[in-house]
Design a protein around this ligand. Structure first.
Ligand SMILES: [Ca+2]
Length: 520
């Protein structure tokens, strides 16, 4: 069986399992040599919105030619979601295929001194692909905690860290670019210790970061270009030294999250201020990775995916004045979606999702399949023909059939769970979206509304007729409310949302106050 035939079989195998009611199970028996397997790159922007890219929003004021071209050469999903509306839980979900609210972090995000979040015994995309012959590397914003202490000690080896999850190599920053300490980490230690105090500050007129400690040579504005150089250097060196070995690169960017710190070479390139220019720089990074693949002859058999970890807060001028970018520039980072980063509405978590793989994906295709970034684990498992055990990827569904453009008789996911920054839940099935609470659950006001007697306790929208989530149908459709509430409760109680081969005992992990701070 050649490589192409194998992939077709893997995709169809998954599709036939879907029809058999085993949605998302990854069962393939074909074997395949490492040299035939595709390289896999996942670039995840930080706080980039559904409406920022030209290929998603004709009215975008930001030129994104590289991402638009990638979409034209691959597939663009219109209904892709991050598992959370904020940073850390999405990163947890991407690597583990499990909703983060099942972990000890039940809301909010980690800080720069939080301990490591992911159980090192857990299968992750990186450990799975490493096990299947891949070289594995991560460049960028980690934000999943470092070390085992209650407060991270940067003078000691940062273990557990990215290398504990199967990454051969890591180069990046500890957390968000507005969170101290400000330093580069290479594998398990800082390149330079963060020893100097730094006041809360600005990288540009639109920028802001927290006060704390900084390494002597660290400049916020240099971070994205430096990470980009490191990532493409990795591709060049890998192609030269290990041409027969596939690689997996997880590239979580620190942009366009604040501080809005665009490099000089992109300033003024958008019509949406510093924020727009920073998105242009994200697009430049994607272009540099694409160029590195091309010059090394790796384009055809590389699956490159681009998305974002949550919606955009539309920050500009004033740190937390989310809608000022719309007023000042006429650019809406959420497009026509309701809400922004951290919100339970789609503006908080519906993301651009583009995938290109010239050997397998039909150029210029689009998909309306509802997918979640937790699905990457099961999908990567399907790509290499691996079985996922029941204690891995509990919320991960194989979307390879959708990537390959297969016609499916039913949705890949039975439903999808959304989660806001403050921990508000929502569940979506088909066109129905149920929100267990009133208000945004995030940054937009009102954040939460206490219902008066007789008022709906939550929100119910039919996205087919009401894309902007404007008409609450909770009172009109009690049966839908009841069914979706029960389904969400079942997913919570049983510890998984994908079908498993057998029931696994639930593991209860208590929340700890010190890593559940409501930071964004
Ligand atoms: Ca983010």
């Amino acid at each position: 069986m050649d490589r192409r035939e194998f992939i077709r079989t893997a995709g169809l195998g998954a599709a036939s399992l879907l029809l058999a009611g085993c949605t998302g199970a990854v069962k393939t028996s074909a074997s395949k040599t490492a040299a035939d397997r595709p390289n896999i790159i996942f670039i995840m922007a930080d706080d980039m919105g559904y409406g920022d890219l030209g290929c998603y929003n004709k009215e975008s004021k930001i030129p994104t030619p590289n991402m638009d071209k990638l979409a034209a050469e691959g597939i663009r999903f219109t209904d892709a979601h991050s598992p959370s509306a904020v940073c850390t839980p999405t990163r947890y979900g991407v690597l583990t295929g499990r909703y983060c609210w099942r972990s000890r972090l039940t809301r909010g995000v980690l800080g720069g001194y939080s301990p490591f979040l992911i159980d090192t015994e857990r299968i992750t995309i990186s450990s799975l692909l490493k096990q299947h012959g891949y070289a594995t590397a991560c460049f960028g914003k980690w934000h999943l905690g470092l070390g085992g202490n209650k407060k991270t000690d940067y003078t000691k080896p940062l273990v557990p860290g990215p290398n504990s999850l199967g990454f051969d190599y890591f180069f990046g920053i500890p957390a968000s670019l507005d969170m101290s300490p400000y330093c580069y980490i290479e594998n398990d230690r800082p390149v330079e210790q963060p020893t100097l105090p730094i006041a809360a500050g600005k990288a540009s007129e639109d920028g802001w970061w927290r006060q704390g400690l900084v390494a002597p040579g660290f400049k916020h504005v240099e971070v994205l270009p430096k990470l980009t150089r490191k990532a493409i250097q990795y591709i060049d060196e890998h192609a030269e030294k290990s041409p027969g070995k596939p690689f997996f690169m997880y590239f979580p960017l620190p942009a366009p999250h604040c501080p809005i710190a665009p490099a000089d070479f992109v300033k003024g390139r958008s019509k949406a201020g510093g924020y727009g220019d920073f998105v242009v720089e994200v697009d430049w990074t994607v272009g540099e990775v694409v160029k590195a693949l091309r010059r090394n002859g790796l384009t055809r058999n590389t699956l490159i995916m681009v998305s974002s970890d949550n919606g955009s807060p539309g920050r500009t001028k004033v740190k937390r004045d989310p809608y000022s970018i719309v007023e000042i520039y006429g650019h809406n980072p959420s497009g026509k979606l309701r809400g922004i980063k951290a919100d339970i509405w789609d503006g908080g978590h519906r993301e651009p999702f583009i995938a290109r793989w010239p050997a397998e994906i039909t150029p210029g295709s689009t998909s309306d399949e509802i997918i979640c970034l937790t699905d990457l684990l099961a999908t990567c498992a399907a790509v290499v023909g691996a079985d996922l055990p029941d204690n891995a990827g509990e919320d991960s569904f194989n979307i390879l059939p959708a990537l390959l453009g297969r016609k499916l008789d039913k949705p890949i996911r039975e439903a999808i769970v959304h989660h806001s920054g403050s921990g508000m839940f929502s569940i979506r099935q088909g066109n129905w979206k149920l929100i267990l609470g009133r208000g945004s659950g995030g940054f937009s006001t009102p954040k939460n509304i206490k219902p008066k007697p007789g008022e709906p306790k939550g929100q119910l929208y039919n996205l087919k007729d009401d894309f902007a989530e404007s008409e609450n149908l909770w009172a009109e459709h009690p049966q839908v409310v009841e069914n979706l509430t029960k389904l969400l409760e079942k997913y919570k109680q049983q510890g998984h949302s994908r079908p498993l081969s057998k029931t696994i005992p639930l593991r209860v992990i208590n929340s700890r106050d010190w890593d559940c701070k409501l930071l964004f």
